[in-house]
Each structure stands twice: as structure tokens, then as C-alpha cells.
Design a protein around this ligand. Sequence first.
Ligand code: FAD
Length: 343
Amino acid sequence: MKNVDYIIVGDGYAAFFFAHQLILNHKSFVLFSANQTSASEVSAGIVNPLVLKKFTTFWLAAEQIESLVTTMSEIEAYTGQNYLIHENIHRIFHDQSEKDLWTAKTETEELKPFLNPEFETLDTISNPFGTGKVDHSARLDVNGFFKGISTYLEKHDLLVNEKLNYAEINDSTYKDFTFKNMVFCEGMGVTSNPYFTDIQVIANKGHHLKVKLAKTISPQYTIKKKHFLFPLNEELYYYGGTYDPNERANEIDDFKTEELKEGLAAFYSHDFEVVEVNYGFRPTVKDRRPILGNLADHQNYYIFNGLGARGILNGCYFSKELYDHIENDKELMKEVDLKRFTK
Ligand SMILES: Cc1cc2nc3c(=O)[nH]c(=O)nc-3n(C[C@H](O)[C@H](O)[C@H](O)COP(=O)(O)OP(=O)(O)OC[C@H]3O[C@@H](n4cnc5c(N)ncnc54)[C@H](O)[C@@H]3O)c2cc1C
């Protein structure tokens, strides 16, 4: 038997950011990965303090960005790399009224830090009304992040490449492990979890394209019109992602691929070639808040889920909240507490 403080179930943002808290605090743990492509790996990696449809911000946006910047330097200390790319989002204005709305909102206390008042017109793409820059926005190098942390976990024998089988959990033992706490971070996989049956996590399917552009865009900003476009490397750009709360099929939806192609063609008039199409399922919650907490009858079984469309900011910020709750008796915020489903 091997004794560990924690078993983590899952390998997306929720699991990896929680693992980071354990590494930081010198707790022993193992992380079980089912070795399937997670929604996190399909994500764009956009870190955005705004809702770009209406130019508003959201709950804890500034605190979450600050926490991410700190966390990324902490991760750099043991992986040797900072995966945060400080490239701002440039939002293409649809018309003059949107531009005027942006200007008006730069005057408000809440939005001043994020809406840059200077506009820019970009080359190569169609942007007749110019673009607005989102200050404090950034992008995560998604591939680098998952590769870097996985390599660290493997090197320290903390990664078990195996789907955790719920039927083999027996109080505080699982196969060869005894654990103090188990933290379930399964994304949409939670629907197979027999312990957390009361929570309502709803899948929102998202597709993205990887494309080759006939004419590269310079400077290489993150551009947003209907979806996000940004360079992944010298050859490929990411374009996505779509939102579909009603689609559950485990396959590429050609209709969504077309939607993306049309979305890109709407502001990029040169040729492009679709090299890859990928999709994933965001674990969303009706009240748009993550879900954290433990069971009344298995007090050492915790859940960390419902990260929604903001897996990076929610995963980073709330992994610390959950850790402090478990280890330091910090009360959970009522907005994210699992109890809102179990009462
Ligand atoms: C197209 C698209 C674009 C997105 N873009 C962004 C973005 O730009 N910025 C942003 O912040 N968010 C983005 N998101 C949202 C983000 O990806 C999600 O919020 C996030 O992935 C949720 O993370 P998670 O760890 O909860 O779940 P997941 O990433 O789904 O990870 C859960 C993992 O647990 C594993 N698992 C399940 N059951 C078990 C088990 N029994 N044993 C072992 N492993 C198990 C699963 O195989 C899975 O790999 C995007 C999502 C999509 C689909």
C-alpha cells in the first residue's frame, strides 16, 4: 500500500491547477488520467477579463487574472517555463455604434482597466471600424502547459495513466493506494460518477479549426470577431470555438465546421486551408459558477467541476479556494458551494 494525502481524478485544468496547489504545499498525491483528449486540451487558451459581446466584465475577473499571473510564475519555478503569452485580444468592431459603446465604457471605473481607449486598424483582415484592445488579456500556451506539467508529474511518479474505476474505491483506499482525500475533477466525465449524482453539469460542445492562412497577419495578435483567431506556430492558426448546448454526439459536426469557415471568411478574404477540426465538451452550470465541495457522507470526497467557458481563470482561482478550504478551513464562497445542489 502506498499512502498519499490526495488522489486527483482527471487531467484537465481543474485537475492540473489543483495538483499545482499540492506541489506548492508539499502534499503527496497521485493523479489519475484516463488518457483521453480533455476539453481543456481542445481549448483556445484565451484569458479574457471581458464578455466581448457587450463589453462588460464578470465576477472576480480582476482577482482571477492576478491569481493566474502569480500561479504561472509558481509553475515556472518547477517546469522551467512560463506558459502565459502576453498578447492582448483585439476585438474587431462590427459598426460605429459598437465603437462608440466601447468609448463610453472606457469611462466607467469597472471597465477602465480593461478597455484600451486607443483604437488600431489591422492589415490583411477586414476591419473597417478598427479594433479595440483588451488590456490584461492574454493567452495560455495550452500544449506547452499540459506537456510541461505532465512531464513533471511523470518524472516524480505522480501520474497514473489509467481511468479511475469508481467500483474499486473503498472508503479511503483505491487499489494500492490509501488516501486522505479524493478530488474528482472529471469535467463532463462526472456524469458517470456514482457519488455526485445531485449536481447538474451541462455539456456545451465546442469546435475549433486549425488553419493555414495564405497570407499571414502581422502583427500576430489574438483577433476576435465571432470567434478567436491567433497563431499557434509559424504555420498554423487556431480559429474557434463554437458553442452548442444541445449537441451531444461524440463526433465532428460538419455544420459547425462550416460555421467556423464562414466566420473566418467574414474578415479574412484570402485563401485558407483547414488542417484539423477538433471538439470538446465544456462542463457548464446553469448559474455559471463552478462547483466545489465535499459529500456529507464521504467527507473526504471532493468535487471540482463546472468551470464552464472560463476553464483557465476558474480552474486557477478556485483550485486555491478549494485547497484552502480543505487544508485551512477556509469557508467556501456560497456561490460555488456544492451545497447549493444538495440542500
Ligand atoms: C472549443 C473550446 C474552446 C475553449 N476555449 C477556452 C478558452 O479559450 N479559455 C478558457 O478559459 N476556457 C476555454 N474552454 C473551456 C475549458 O476548456 C473548460 O472549462 C475546461 O476544459 C474544463 O476543465 P475540466 O478540467 O473541468 O474538464 P476537462 O478538461 O474535460 O478534463 C477532465 C478530464 O478528466 C478525465 N476523466 C474523467 N473521468 C475520469 C476517470 N474516472 N479517471 C481518470 N480520468 C478521468 C477526462 O478524460 C478528461 O480528460 C474551451 C472549451 C472548448 C470545448
